[in-house]
Design a protein around this ligand. Structure first.
Ligand SMILES: [Zn+2]
Length: 943
């Protein structure tokens, strides 16, 4: 979008606004947050260092390279990404797996907190959540950044080992969209290198390149003048700056070093039509892209760019609201559609206003026409004042939310912002300045100004138009031709359109406020730090005030019962219960009217059933807490039947279910559930023919039944609420809820049918993507205690490390693999479940399955003390992190009230007490001794 030009047409309006605002602020340049120290060494290396002590005692370390797969020569396709893998396989100061081993000893987990990614024009490495109490840990992480920058060993033996790992990653990502994109890119980017640089590259290159070819890429592009190091966290900025200068200052850049040159994407004077199909596509997809130049890096430094971003965000929001509203009409030709302005697929030099639609079966032409029509309607008539009011209110409340929380921003957020500032010159203003500026500006930008920018976004001719139709391949099916698509576009362009009419319901969420109830008594729980209120209708409310986030309040209400209370006649109703209730309205509002009346509010509530409980989950900012309470009240008292929405839900579910098994992963997942739950129809997944038995009235009746007695519910509220404000709201909206004090306490039934003994299910599927997956589950009955929870979790993590080392690193039999330990609490007897998951290389499936078994057996005989210590370190650090999250406390308190177990107070003590002997004993005598072991393996059928 070229706002610069748009605004020249209305330059007077804008100019007056800007001068007005400018008198109070230093404009028009966007200020850079003074809290970050930015510097550049003589060799060109940029650094960003920021002290941030939320949370305390941890820091993040990044190195961002301004290069990616677009810099590859033809002989190097895939090597930018391969290089990223080699960064974890031996460097000057950390030979072998030294980086992974060292960071693990700090409690930093490979894959989550230690990771990297490669894209077309950037490669970014990170070590996150590093404990900063020891200065040596900080200095070692800087040394890791230094090694990444220019100290990789690229040992030929390690390279050979990694070829399979990358090949496995390619296989894991092998999917219809990957196949189609690989074919489509050269057509989307004719005459541009962008057409041939998917980062995963060519397997022919991966399998056979010479180590020198990889070194060539590394030394040519990984240089200080293409790099930035970013350190954010609880650190001494002066110390870090001195270390960065010492470590990186000596690196030199050759005088004739190659320059990173942006690759242009040429305009297309003729429309580009791409039609493709794939058997595993679950549903067809239409993309309409209207290309325009991306904002240049040098144009992102002044106020105009903030305005441009604002306009883009409200325009997409208003367009998306229209498209969503359309889906509620039965004759809408698409299930879903959305629009957004952003990168033209993945090129930073070209943007596009892009529509994506999922057409209903046989309605491909109509769906394409509908999208073109909405683009045209938007360009011709613009948006209405009421649509804009809502979009503006949403924007301002998001801004307000970010501002309220400005002192509690996490390191990742800063890290990502500084990365984008380095790579693409995105602004990094201090939040208070941004807040003041936008709050002053936005209310003065009229809808007319937004509307004037629209014709620039929409291509009215064939120039820069790209239409992509991706179809599900079905035997005997006729596909649309390029000619037909062209005709749809041309005919639609010639239509006479009417302006959009915005139907808004002009009434409050609740027209009648119920008579207040009362808080009867209260007591405190000193251990977990909460207050417990008993209300006049019998309900219990738990209040835990925190200051972890200034803008967050979370709520969970629950009572026992849930799906377990209903029998076979309702199984299908129960399987769609949560979606159906979510799609229904509340009060006098349909779900679409609801989204309009909630514009500008940051809150939500949902009513759901789990196997053993009925729940309301909700969240809000302190400002919108009353609206959240009202929504919750209405879920208890008045769910609004919305036939139209549910009809739509059923049509799209029907489509999704019909095509679900085209994906091997879905076949696997269903077989797994069937085996784990002994083919109990309560737990099997929904089939297309089941939809006929769904009864909306019955689902509403179940909802009514489950939420009729608020007196049996416990409401847990955690976060930054003001107690004086929330107490009257509790009396108003919770104590007033209908209740039956004479009813006997709700309970749930034991309906579990988890597999016992040894069960094996091996099967083959015939698909285009040859996939092999193994899943192992060991289970045992055991009391739900803190000790068992901690041990089970630790063992899952220990096995994950073992599997990663043996299956991925040593044998290259899988790209990913892992294990986890959790309790299943669906029945009377709690069950410990330890599961291992491995999407394998089909050629090495025997090795992978053998190692899954061996890892477990060996651990039960001889637990590696070093691994145990690393896992303990990680769990302790995680516990400190969790203790500062509202949702963690919501879960702790809910579990405490529902299951009478305190997962918080002695947690760290229990972790500290873990020993290799105690874990080994637990695994052998508590878990494996039960003899319950389920194995499900899917293999590809040779074609
Ligand atoms: Zn990778």
């Amino acid at each position: 979008m070229r706002l610069r030009r748009i605004f020249t047409t209305s330059v007077l309006v804008l100019f007056s606004i800007i001068t007005m605002v400018a008198q109070e602020m230093e404009m028009p340049a966007i200020p850079i947050d003074p809290a970050v120290r930015i510097g550049k060494l003589d060799n060109g290396l940029t650094y960003y260092i920021r002290h941030n002590d939320y949370p305390e005692h941890v820091a993040n370390f990044y190195i961002a390279q301004r290069v990616g797969s677009i810099q590859e020569e033809d002989s190097q396709r895939g090597l930018a990404h391969f290089l990223e893998h080699m960064a974890f396989n031996g460097s000057e100061h950390f030979p072998g797996n030294g980086i992974i081993d060292f960071t693990r000893s700090l409690g930093v987990e490979f894959g989550s907190n230690l990771n990297a990614y490669t894209s077309i024009d950037q490669t970014v490495y990170r070590v996150c959540d590093v404990p900063t109490k020891r200065i040596t840990a900080i200095d070692s992480c800087l040394l890791i950044l230094k090694d990444w920058s220019n100290g990789l060993l690229l040992d030929p033996k390690e390279i050979d080992k990694e070829r399979d790992v990358v090949h496995n990653e390619w296989r894991l990502g092998e999917s219809p969209s990957q196949r189609i994109l690989t074919r489509a890119l050269p057509k989307m980017y004719p005459g541009s290198r962008y057409g041939e640089r998917m980062p995963i590259g060519l397997m022919s290159v991966i399998d056979s390149f010479k180590p020198q070819t990889l070194r060539d890429y590394y030394h040519k592009w990984y240089r200080p003048d293409n790099q930035a190091v970013i350190i954010v966290g609880d650190v001494d900025v002066d110390h870090i700056e001195a270390e960065v200068k010492k470590l990186f200052g000596g690196i030199t850049v050759a005088a004739n070093a190659a320059k990173v040159v942006d690759v242009e994407v040429p305009d297309n004077p003729e429309a580009i039509y791409i039609i493709d199909k794939d058997k595993e596509m679950q549903m067809s997809q239409i993309m309409v892209m209207m290309k325009h130049d991306a904002t240049k890096a040098e144009d992102k430094t002044n106020m105009m760019y903030l305005l441009e971003m604002y306009v883009k965000s409200v325009v997409s929001e208003m367009m998306n609201a229209r498209l969503t509203e359309m889906t509620q009409e039965a004759d809408c030709p698409f299930f879903q559609a959305m629009a957004e302005d952003g990168q033209y697929f993945y090129s930073k030099t070209k943007d596009a206003f892009t529509f994506i639609a999922i057409p209903k079966e046989g309605k491909e032409k109509e769906a394409l026409a509908a999208v073109i029509r909405e683009a045209k309607r938007m360009a011709e008539f613009g948006f209405t004042a009421t649509e804009y009011e809502r979009a503006k209110a949403d924007y301002l409340s998001s801004l307000e939310k970010a501002y309220t929380n400005r002192d509690k921003r996490r390191n990742d957020e800063f890290g990502d912002e500084y990365r984008d500032h380095f790579l693409t010159n995105e602004p990094i203003p201090p939040l208070d300045k941004l807040y003041q500026t936008m709050n002053a500006l936005v209310p003065q930008l009229p809808v007319e100004l937004i509307n004037q920018s629209l014709p620039e976004l929409v291509t009215a001719t064939d120039t820069n138009l790209v239409v992509m139709m991706l179809c599900q391949e079905v035997e005997g099916k006729q596909y649309l031709t390029e000619e037909e698509l062209r005709e749809v576009v041309n005919t639609t362009r010639g239509e006479q359109l009417q302006a959009y009419v915005d139907n808004v319901k002009d009434e409050p969420l609740m027209t009648e406020i119920p008579p207040k109830g009362k808080i009867m008594r209260e007591k405190s729980n000193a251990t977990l730090g909460f207050k417990e209120l008993k209300l006049s209708n019998g309900a219990t409310v738990i209040l835990k005030k925190t200051d972890f986030k200034d803008d967050e309040i979370v709520l969970q209400a629950f009572s026992k019962g849930g799906k377990s209370l209903y029998g076979p006649a309702d199984y299908n109703n129960l399987k769609v219960f949560n979606e159906v209730i979510g799609y229904s309205g509340i009060g006098n509002f349909s779900s679409n009217e609801l989204s309009k009346v909630l514009a500008g509010k940051k809150c939500n509530a949902d009513a759901t059933l789990s196997v053993t409980r009925q729940n309301i989950t909700a969240h809000s900012t302190p400002k919108d807490v009353e609206t959240m309470m009202q929504m919750m009240y209405l879920y208890f008292t008045k769910i609004n039947k919305d036939e139209k929405q549910i009809q739509n839900l059923m049509t799209s579910l029907g489509m999704a279910l019909k095509n679900k098994y085209l994906q091997p992963e879905a076949v696997f997942s269903d077989s797994l559930d069937n085996t784990l739950y002994s083919h109990n129809p309560r737990f099997t997944s929904l089939q297309p023919e089941d939809l006929k038995t769904i009864n909306y009235d019955r689902i509403l009746a179940i909802a009514k039944d489950r939420f009729k007695n608020a007196g049996q519910f416990t409401f847990v509220i955690v976060g930054n609420f003001d107690e004086a404000t929330i107490r009257p709201l509790i009396e108003q909206y919770i104590a007033s809820l209908p209740a039956d004090k004479k009813a006997k306490p709700d309970n749930c039934k034991d309906v579990t049918s988890f597999a016992k003994g040894k069960v094996k299910n091996h099967f083959k599927v015939k698909t285009d993507s040859p996939k092999a997956i193994a899943f192992e589950v060991w289970s045992a009955d055991a009391p739900y205690t803190l000790d068992n929870v901690v041990k089970l979790d630790a063992i899952g993590q220990i096995l994950s490390m073992i599997y990663l080392k043996t299956i991925r690193e040593e044998e290259s039999a899988a790209y990913s693999c892992g294990a986890s330990g959790n309790f299943n609490l669906q029945g009377k007897k709690p069950k410990m479940i330890l599961q291992a998951y491995c999407p394998m290389n089909p050629d090495k499936q025997e090795i992978a399955i053998r190692l899954l078994h061996e890892g477990m057996e060996n651990a039960s005989k001889n637990m590696d003390a070093d691994i145990v210590n690393k896992v303990k370190e990680y769990m302790l650090k995680q516990a400190d992190d969790d203790a500062k999250k509202n949702n963690h406390w919501l879960n702790v308190i809910t579990t405490f009230k529902d299951r009478s177990i305190d997962l918080q107070t002695n947690y760290k003590k229990t972790v500290e007490a873990l020993t290799p002997a105690s874990l080994q004993d637990f695994l052998k005598n508590k878990l494996l001794s039960s003899g319950n072991h389920v194995e499900v393996v899917m293999l590809p059928e040779s074609k």
